[in-house]
Write a protein that binds this ligand. Structure first.
Ligand code: FES
Length: 413
């Protein structure tokens, strides 16, 4: 059954995110005629004003997939057409054969296939009569949508705390579009959905980042998101090229991630490619809390993501002591309890009490404008609970600053 996006004008607040952030592949909400049901505008709308509703049958089109010809519904995405033909759409990259489509909003390009000779995201491309699709496109250079590329004064989860609190730029950062989570309080949702950006190859992004690094005269270069790790071959090629362009020994290559697909093999490849620093968010210990924070509805998948992230922390600590690891733990009293914070702290302390742990203050964002911001006092309590678990390097976000491991504000050195 075809689906189309329909705007509920009673809920719409005319924020225009569905038009300004999304490069609508069918012109659906602009024209009301060509929606292909990708769902990107449904996900971006923070006011729940978009519904995906059953739509009229638009007949059939003929397509060629690899060497075979098929008839599929008109007015749908290439991904949906392939799914209807029985192709497996997988949620985890290392699963059996299938097309990995984790964001489905046109950002990560993990689902990109060769479509009429051009690499295009299957989840964000309309199926057309006569289209030729190749499901194995290893020879095409990967692309993904990515923005930012500026100097950053605060750093991320994988930034050593001693560098924070400066009145100057400490690293340069770019942000990948697309995420496999749907956190209702996403703290970076605009870039996560910004499919209007041009896709970049790894080399194009590495060159851009190198120029920004040179302009800002810093040694740290960070990639964050969205979720930075979704398009594996893109990220590995990006880091490899970035290291080639920035060979000085003091240069640091920092990846911030939710850790959900960081298998051992993937971590090995990132380190080989040049990654020197990594920040991993452990969203929760309890699966219900994890699902509430991430917005994931598939419990089995959520459990897998949660387990993979914790195992990634363990593996990096054991196998790569020279890689700087920072762990982020979000806190907001509406989302998690202090008891759960303590349990996460205990688990990390058992792995390595010296690892840097950052308590992150989750504020009102995206679909949760009602979320009360954690007070400085609450964050100090989180800091002290984490320290009580035996962790020695706990830092904590408060409004406009960080508290350091000693409980004092981190100030410029
Ligand atoms: S899954 Fe298609 S662009 Fe991310």
């Amino acid at each position: 059954m075809r689906k189309e996006a329909r705007r509920d004008f009673g809920k719409c607040r005319a924020c225009n995110a569905c038009q300004d952030l999304i490069a609508c592949p069918g012109g659906g909400l602009r024209t009301g005629e060509k929606c292909i049901g990708c769902g990107a505008c449904y996900w971006v709308c923070q006011h729940n004003a978009i519904e995906m509703v059953p739509a009229d049958d638009l007949g059939k089109v003929s397509i060629k997939v690899d060497e075979d010809f098929f008839e599929v519904s008109n007015g749908i995405t290439v991904l949906k057409a392939l799914e209807d033909l029985g192709f497996h759409i997988k949620d985890f990259p290392d699963e059996e054969e299938g097309i990995y489509a984790p964001c489905k909003t046109g950002g990560c390009w993990s689902c990109a296939l060769e479509i009429n000779g051009q690499l295009l995201p299957a989840c964000f491309t309309a199926v057309k009569d006569g289209v030729q699709i190749k499901t194995a496109s290893e020879n095409l250079i990967p692309k993904r949508k990515i923005g930012g590329f500026f100097g950053h004064m605060a750093g991320g989860v994988g930034t050593p705390w001693q560098l924070k609190g400066q009145d100057s730029i400490i690293e340069t950062v770019c942000f990948t579009v697309g995420c496999n989570f749907h956190c209702p309080q996403c703290q970076n949702w605009i870039i996560t959905f910004m499919s209007v950006l041009d896709p970049l190859t790894p080399n194009e992004a590495a060159r851009k980042m190198t120029l920004v690094r040179q302009k800002n005269e810093v040694d740290r270069m960070t990639i964050s998101g969205g979720e930075s790790t979704l398009n594996k071959s893109w990220l590995i090629q990006y880091l490899t090229e970035l290291k080639r362009l920035n060979p000085e020994p003091q240069t640091r290559f920092h990846v911030d991630t939710n850790g959900s697909i960081l298998t051992k093999d993937y971590i090995d490849k990132l380190v080989q490619a040049g990654m020197t620093d990594i920040g991993i968010d452990l969203k929760a210990d309890n699966i219900n809390t994890f699902m509430k924070i991430t917005g994931l509805e598939n419990q089995e998948l959520a459990q897998k993501y949660k387990d993979v992230a914790l195992k990634a922390v363990k593996y990096i600590l054991e196998k790569y002591p020279d890689v700087f690891l920072g762990i982020g733990i979000p806190y907001n009293r509406e989302l998690t309890s202090l008891e759960e914070i303590e349990v996460i702290g205990q688990k990390i302390a058992r792995l390595n009490p010296d690892v840097q742990v950052s308590a992150l203050d989750y504020r009102a964002e995206y679909m949760r404008p009602d979320l009360p911001p954690p007070t400085d006092q609450e964050m100090r309590e989180v800091h002290s609970i984490l320290k009580s678990t035996g962790l020695k390097t706990v830092i904590c976000q408060i409004r406009g600053n960080h508290i350091g491991p000693d409980g004092n504000l981190i100030l410029p050195s």
